[in-house]
Design a binder for this molecule. Sequence first.
Ligand code: ADP
Ligand code: MG
Ligand code: MG
Length: 921
Amino acid sequence: MAKRFVYFFGGGRAEGEGTMKEVLGGKGAGLAEMANLGIPVPAGFTISTEMCTVYYQNRGKFPAELRTAVDKAMARVEKIMGMRFGDPANPLLVSCRSGARRSMPGMMETVLNIGLTSKTIPGLIAKTGNPRFVYDAYRRLIQMYSDVVMEKAAGVEPAEGMGIRAQLEREMQKLKAAKGCKQDTDLTEDDLKALVGTYKAKIQEVLGKPFPDEPQEQLWGGIRAVFQSWMGKRACSYRRIEGIPDDWGTAVNVQAMVFGNMGDTSATGVAFTRNPATGDNHFYGEWLPNAQGEDVVAGIRTPNPLNEATRPAGTEHLPSLERAMPATYRELHAIRNKLERHYRDMQDIEFTIQEGRLWMLQTRVGKRNGPSAVRMAVDMLKEKLITAEQAVLRVTPGQLDELLHPILDPAAEAQAKAIAKGLPAGPGGACGQVVFTASSAVEWAKQGKKVILVREETNPEDVEGMRAAEAILTARGGMTSHAALVARGWGKCCIVGAGAIHVDPHARQLAVDSTVVREGDWLSLNGTKGAVYLGRLPMVVGSEENPYFVAFMKTCDKVRRLGVRANADTPADAAKARQFGAQGIGLFRTEHMFYGKGAEEPLFKLRKMIHSKTVAERRKALEELFPHIKADIKATLAAMDGLPVTIRLLDPPLHEFVPSREDERARLAQSLNITMAELAARADALRETNPMMGHRGVRLGITYPEISETWLRGIFEAAAELIKEGKKALPEIMIPVTCDVSELKHQAELTKQVHDAVAAKYGMKKIPHLYGTMIEIPRAALRAGEIAAATEFFSFGTNDLTQMTYGFSRDDIGSFVPDLIEKKLLPADPFQMLDQAGVGELMKLGIERGRATRPNLKIGICGEHGGEPSSVKFCHKVGMNYVSCSPFRVPIARLAAAQAVAEEGAAKPKKAGKKVVEGDK
Ligand code: ADP
Ligand code: MG
Ligand code: MG
């Protein structure tokens, strides 16, 4: 049997249905579904997307069977509507509407009123007794048709402002001015008749062709134009960007016209089944009496509110549909309920009322912002419209992110003009007084001022200032620059690479062209968009106290199986992490205590240790350092109250801590009782060509076992004391930069000795803990089978693992990764989005081999990727127990983990869900 290319709908049924988007396009599928539901839809038919492909294969010719099928379908439409296309006495008019699977800019716009010709006009006038309406419809047809069919689809490229639509528009303005009319609706029948004549002459003059006066020619011109627009420039480039294949094609919908412009009992409108801005469960929309098609959205007249409940302030003088046409409104409201119950989601609908009779013209899933997406998901779950699995799929990670940050008041922002643009490195908004050094940021913040730290670019020495600031703005750097990474980690508003800004820290000012901003002046930043504004814009809170947010996160937790922890280095971060729902700490970096506030003392002692030459010297320095280590660990273990805390032993290359300041070096030399020259020599000995691949991680603990010993003792004593105090503590000892099981055995021996000694000291049999390693070197992933014999857990350190797998230095990628991405040789920055094909493959291998040795091996991830949604889903799929990410990403990770389960469920038949959480035990 020949393939079906034409699908009829109308009169309470349809040949297609809502699930057939691929064949019918979005619009056609919606119309078919509504017809099947018994909702009043003007009859029509959809020419399938496959015909679009055939059309191009045939070099723009329609197969004969299409003509036959269209004729047949048109006959059915005529029968149902009781009119005939092209009939002089009782003419049927149709619209021709494009409809791809996904709505796409650049596709042909709809042509209304097809079928009006010199032969059918008198018939329609006689039938309606409304010549003004008929000529209004005719001039609209001419405007739309000449523009989209005769000009755009024909590939005519007019000069700026000389498009046919603009030229016709000007003729209409001229006429209105001559007649002293304000609105289109003030034009009379005779005016419109004259206008139509002018239009036709203009079209002949500009396009060199007459406007077609044949219904069939109009119809096929419209159909052809839709297909033609599929290969139009804008549509093609949009598909390239969005990765939509060319052979998807577009469908064409031909549909009987209904008229909202037949007088005051006629109207047209658009509506949302719920408020798309707030998520509020109220029917929301706009309408206009005596109007056609897109008059509502086009902003020609101010539209009226749909009902009283959602009437915006300041519209008291405008009639609602609820009041103006109560019976029709009730009918529309019933359809709203029916569509929501059917689609189980908020719908965006179009309707037209012709002389009191309601017709539906479109339904599709409505777009929404973050807060409303969350609210609708929660409400619909409560209403039992959707399941928990469906609810978690209703909110994208980006939408959830909108709720996690305060933002600039959108209304105020719309009024403001950005002075500079940069990369949106840290989402949310902020305003503050500008400072140019980290130290003034700290000082001003201490005085209770809100500051924005502006730097050319930041480095680790700026960290304290960055923390004190509301937001960070840099003139240079990319999305993986120091400023961007640090800010993202804290969930702080940040814009980087705002190239138009010239920063002059000495003069304490910045300049953008002739605008100068001095220290203390106010700036406002939108870190989600990367926009910089002068002055102080009002802010609104995204709100963690939002009850819908709380309820939504609970639902995510019910659905997910993957545990979610946070990377946190201080008790304050730990508290934040718990507040965001973290179930433990997946990475606690002890070296953090050597940076920033209160770090002077421990850092000095660490430096002494580093510059020690003999074991005795080193032990002495470590002994001094010990109380700091223990206190730091104890505070964080206490803050986590028995939740697991993965503590990494000292990791960075020691040279990183060598002081650069003369006075610091002098104090150090004195304290070590050596000369400055000797100190310099010792520091020099620590220098490495390639420190990231040098003497660091477990290698330090092997060369200097006393370093590991000191940290281990700190961990065990902290835990033992907490337990003795009646509190809970669960440390997980993590060995970094391992490449072979022998290293782990070596450190395990030490761990056991220290454990036994500390346990004895506190009179305990055993101090609860786990012993494990980071897998961050490819060799460790490959040797995971052996490594698992000596460890109870793995944590994939995917930052280093990515670095080592690609051989990309993560501090130097700025010079080549953007180029690789732009040339499409790399799909994304692998430091942001886990490279599942390569790095992920190593992880899978490591997990398989590790679990083959030790089936209950606990496995997590602690790189930046632990908070990136696609990477989180990957971690779920490969069977990890948990992901760990910065505290502010924890809700995103909880959502992504839930979505991973829901997506599995959507693919497979549902099995009884087991009660969740702690995949992490
Ligand atoms: P878009 O994809 O831009 O929304 P549509 O095909 O939905 O384009 O049409 C544009 C406008 O014309 C909408 O307001 C729609 O309701 C209206 N419209 C389309 N077809 C008809 C019709 N057969 N009768 C009345 N109005 C129509
Ligand atoms: Mg539409
Ligand atoms: Mg590492």
